[in-house]
Design a protein around this ligand. Structure first.
Ligand code: COA
Length: 296
C-alpha cells in the first residue's frame, strides 16, 4: 500500500490526529503504542499554544492516517508523542521516532518530554539511545465497562450540579486555569459536548468543582478529562457525584467503555474506588535537545 507524508497545523492537524487516534483505538481496544484517545488531543486544544502553528507530520495510506508525530507546547517543555496504528506494518516505530527527533531538532526546542508506557520496550529502548532520562512524572490509565458503572451519587446538601448546555451566563468554570478563551476553543472540538461539561456550585454560587466528559461515537469510548474539586471543598463526595453523573450521561450517549487517567495517588484511589481498573502505567522521559545530539 502506498504511503505518503502530509504536514498539517492548527485545526487541520487536530482533524488528522483525531482520525489517526480513531483508527488506532479501533485496531486495539485497550492498549496500542500510546494510550491517547482523540479526546485527549481535543482537550489539549483548550488553550492557544506555540505548537498550534507547528507543521505536524503524518503518514497516510489508502485508508487515511496510519502514523504521526505530535509536538505540544506544555510551557515547561514540549511534549513529543509518536503515534502509530497498532499492527499497521507500513510504517515502523523507528521511522516515526527518527522523524520525531528531526522535528525536535528542526524546531530548536529547549526541553522535550515523551510519555512512554512502562511495558513499551521498543520505545523505551529508542528513548534511552537518544539520551532521554525517566523523570518522576507517572500516569496510569484506567478503564471500566459502562455497564459496571456505579449508581449516580447524590450531592452534599446545598450544592448544585450544572452543565454548560443549560448554564451559559456565567464565566466558564475552567477559565481561571485555562484562560478566557477556553470555552471558544473547546467549542472548536468535534467531540466537545456542552451537556457533558459539568460543574458543581457551592451554596454561595462559587464553583466548587468541575469535570468534562467526552463521548466518542466512533470508538464508543467515554473519557473523563479533567476532574477537579477545589481544595476547600474536597472530601465531601463532590467528585463522586460529578463522576457518577458524567459516566451515566456517557453511557446514555452510547459509550460502551469508559476511560480515565490519573497522575496522583489520591486520584488513583478515587477512580479505583469508583470501579475503574488500572490497565497500564506510563513514565515521562525528558531530554534537552543539546544532550540528545550527544546521545545519538
Ligand atoms: C481527586 C479529587 C478530584 C477528589 O475530589 P473529592 O471531591 O475530594 O473526592 P470525593 O470526596 O468525592 O472522594 C470520593 C472517594 O475518593 C477517594 N479519595 C478522594 N480524595 C482522596 C485523597 N486525597 N486521598 C485518598 N483517597 C481519596 C476516597 O475513597 C473518597 O471516599 P471517602 O471520602 O468516602 O473516603 C480532588 O482531590 C482533586 O480535584 N484533586 C486535584 C486534581 C486532580 O488530581 N484531579 C484528578 C485527575 S488526575
Amino acid at each position: 500500500m502506498a504511503i505518503r507524508e502530509v504536514r498539517a497545523c492548527g485545526l487541520d492537524y487536530l482533524a488528522l490526529a483525531t482520525e489517526l487516534l480513531h483508527r488506532a483505538r479501533l485496531a486495539d481496544p485497550e492498549a496500542g503504542l500510546c494510550d491517547l484517545e482523540a479526546a485527549d488531543l481535543q482537550w489539549w486544544w483548550r488553550t492557544p499554544r506555540r505548537s498550534d502553528t507547528v507543521e505536524q507530520v503524518f503518514w497516510l495510506d489508502d485508508d487515511g492516517p496510519v502514523a504521526g508525530v505530535v509536538l505540544t507546547d506544555w510551557g515547561r517543555a514540549w511534549g513529543c508523542d509518536p503515534i502509530l496504528v497498532p499492527d499497521a506494518w507500513t510504517v515502523s516505530l523507528p521511522t516515526v521516532w527518527a522523524r520525531a527527533l528531526e522535528a525536535v531538532t528542526a524546531s530548536g526546542l529547549e526541553a522535550v518530554e515523551v510519555s512512554a508506557r512502562d511495558d513499551d520496550l521498543e520505545l523505551l529502548g529508542l528513548l534511552a539511545e537518544a539520551g532521554f532520562v525517566a523523570d518522576n512524572r507517572r500516569i496510569g490509565e484506567t478503564w471500566m465497562d459502562a455497564e459496571d458503572r456505579r449508581n449516580v451519587a447524590p450531592l452534599a446538601e446545598g450544592f448544585t450540579l450544572v452543565d454548560r448546555a443549560q448554564h451559559t451566563s456565567t464565566p466558564h468554570p475552567m477559565q481561571r486555569r485555562n484562560g478566557d478563551g477556553v470555552e471558544a476553543r473547546l467549542r472548536q472540538c468535534l467531540l466537545y459536548d456542552p451537556a457533558l461539561d459539568l460543574a458543581v456550585e457551592a451554596p454561595d454560587g462559587k464553583v466548587a468543582g468541575y469535570a468534562l466528559f467526552w463521548f466518542d461515537p466512533v470508538t464508543e469510548v467515554g473519557m473523563v478529562e479533567p476532574m477537579r474539586v477545589e481544595d476547600e471543598y474536597q472530601r465531601r463526595g463532590l467528585a463522586r457525584a460529578l463522576l457518577t453523573t458524567g459516566l451515566d450521561r456517557l453511557a446514555k450517549r452510547g459509550a460502551r467503555r469508559l476511560k480515565v487517567a490519573y497522575a496522583t495517588e489520591a486520584a488513583r484511589r478515587f477512580y479505583v474506588g469508583a470501579g475503574f481498573r488500572v490497565t497500564s502505567t506510563s513514565t515521562s522521559h525528558s531530554c534537552r535537545p543539546v544532550d540528545m545530539g550527544e546521545g545519538r
